[in-house]
Ligand binder design. Structure first.
Ligand SMILES: [Zn+2]
Length: 541
């Protein structure tokens, strides 16, 4: 869930713990990898900046039947004065062997990369990657689940410095009976040969390529598809979990009727939560969803640790999947902007479940009120922005997530009040999808809110952004909720029909009808979807 910490930049991680619906583990600081790569990029820059236009590198990959090794061939269409080939860390070079050029030109090891001068159009490099050694690391870079392998492809598909913004292509020849789950977009398929487009994203954004004998379910929705793979499940579990994620992904359409991005990789790891709870006594409770992580390397992906043996109702009641899916609505905003990104997912995890009838409106407001109440504190020595930037080192999660949720709630209410419901957070994000998603680079938080203002023709996002970023106390959520007609404490909330913003409250959590059948709107505007549960006088005039 975390939008910036974890073992590599750009992962959002969640681990479930005891005592609250939010708890966070696995939060290492930003990795040194990111800084190291920055250095590499600076060295590489003059090489390709001075040569031919960027290339679309083409990988061809074959595997041995046991999936212990991959033979990789990488070709470039154009000539270049020089090209560097590098995995995402210098350490990963040890997994690659027999690196050679298709021509007689030389190939030198320089720092963490191979350097080829006088590169001719159509030339290739070829090498062998030791997949078994990569997965035996047992880290985010490589892991084994039974017979299935998970690797970060950036560990072994070397990046060519000549690659441009259009990314790369890969043709994967799978052994008979094997499946692949990748964040990439599938272009074509011919028997066991599958051709993919690999988006060009920063090399320190983590990605997961899953290879092995598993089922994959494609769920088509307006605007794209999510692909669900359960790595180590038993018979029947795949279908049940895919159906659960279809409902969750459909709830995400409660924003603007379409998936935010066209391709989403979802891979599930089956865990036995009861035995984990025993082993980590007091840290973990048995439950349907034990953790979640979203990643943006080479495309959009999310990973969930699930316990298929838990009752179906626990899956429906869990917020993790819709939280992670909500991260698809925004670009990566860096550590400093994590209060915005986590706040958005925290706000939507509740209102989208109400819109998708997974919660009643009253339950959604109760979750929001209790989240705010649980998290309020202060005054704090650090501003919200400072706390967000340092979240990996401090226990500021609750404050950061829920202050952020209060920001988005406040902005949504302000927009709806000022425009009588014509402009909302949903319509602004729909326009953002139209212009700017998928986002394959980091956005500064100021840039994101300014874009939303520009698209919606307002100043609300930026004005409130500056106010919240500087805040050294918890935001005044009680006043906002009171205007919405939500009063009382978390155990005994009352809902006033005559409060000044009562109609806005009803509109925010009203069930959306027919979101799954919304028309495909290429301009990114919100499709016309019906709502239910709003009193007639509250409907937009
Ligand atoms: Zn999150």
């Amino acid at each position: 869930m975390m939008d910036a910490s974890g073992s590599s930049a750009q992962a959002n991680k969640t681990m479930r713990g005891i005592g609250s619906s939010h708890s966070f583990g696995l939060a290492a600081g930003v990795s040194g990898k990111r800084l190291a790569l920055l250095g590499l990029a600076l060295i590489a820059l003059p090489a390709w900046a001075s040569s031919a236009p960027p290339d679309v590198p083409k990988y061809s990959v074959t595997f041995d039947a046991q999936l212990t090794h991959a033979d990789v061939r990488l070709c470039l269409d154009r000539a270049h004065a020089q090209v560097e080939f590098a995995p995402d860390s210098a350490r990963a070079m040890r997994f690659l062997s027999a690196m050679r050029r298709s021509s007689t030109g030389d190939l030198q090891v320089v720092g963490g990369s191979w350097l080829a001068r006088d590169w001719a159009a159509g030339e290739c490099v070829a090498y062998t990657a030791d997949l078994a050694a990569i997965v035996d690391q047992g880290s985010d870079a490589g892991k084994r689940y039974g017979k299935n392998l998970v690797t970060d492809p950036q560990q072994w598909l070397v990046r060519a410095s000549a690659q441009g913004a259009s990314g790369a292509e890969a043709t994967m020849e799978l052994p008979e009976g094997w499946s692949i789950s990748a964040p990439w977009r599938e272009l074509s398929r011919n028997g066991t040969s599958i051709r993919f487009k690999i988006p060009d994203t920063p090399q320190d954004w983590s990605a997961s390529l899953v290879l092995g004998e598993f089922e994959q379910t494609r769920i088509d929705l307006p605007g794209g598809a999510v692909r669900v793979a359960l790595l180590n499940g038993k018979g029947g579990e795949q279908a049940r979990l895919a159906e659960w994620l279809r409902i969750e992904a459909q709830a995400l359409l409660g924003t603007y009727g379409r998936l935010p991005v066209a391709d989403v990789q979802i891979w599930l790891v089956s865990v036995d939560s009861a035995s984990l709870a025993k082993r980590y006594a007091g840290m973990i409770e048995p439950g349907a969803v034990l953790g979640g992580e979203s990643a943006r390397g080479q495309g959009n992906a999310l990973q969930l640790d699930v316990d298929p043996s838990r009752p179906a109702q626990e899956f429906v009641e869990d917020w993790t999947a819709i939280h992670e899916l909500s991260h698809l609505l925004h670009p990566y905003l860096g550590d400093r902007g994590s209060w915005l990104s986590e706040g958005l997912a925290t706000y939507y995890q509740n209102v989208l479940r109400a819109r998708g009838a997974l919660l009643s409106p009253e339950q959604a407001w109760e979750r929001l009120a209790s989240g705010f109440q649980r998290s309020e504190g202060g005054p704090y020595p650090q501003s919200l922005e400072q706390a967000a930037a340092n979240m990996g080192q401090s226990p500021a999660f609750q404050r950061v997530y829920w202050s952020g949720a209060a920001y988005w709630l406040g902005v949504d209410v302000d927009l709806r009040r000022a425009t009588r419901g014509k402009i909302t957070l949903d319509t602004a994000l729909a326009a953002f999808r139209g212009c700017c998603l998928p986002a394959y680079r980091e956005w500064k938080p100021e840039e994101f809110v300014a874009k939303l203002d520009g698209l919606a023709g307002v100043h609300t996002f930026t004005r409130q952004y500056h106010r919240f970023a500087a805040m050294k106390r918890f935001p005044d959520w009680r006043a906002t909720l009171a205007r919405l007609g939500v009063n009382g404490s978390q155990d005994a909330l009352t809902f006033g029909a005559d409060a000044p913003d009562a109609c806005i409250r009803e509109a925010i959590t009203a069930a959306r009808i027919d979101v799954a059948n919304a028309p495909d709107q290429r301009d990114g505007s919100a499709p016309q979807t019906g709502v239910s549960g709003i009193r007639p006088h509250c409907l937009p005039q």
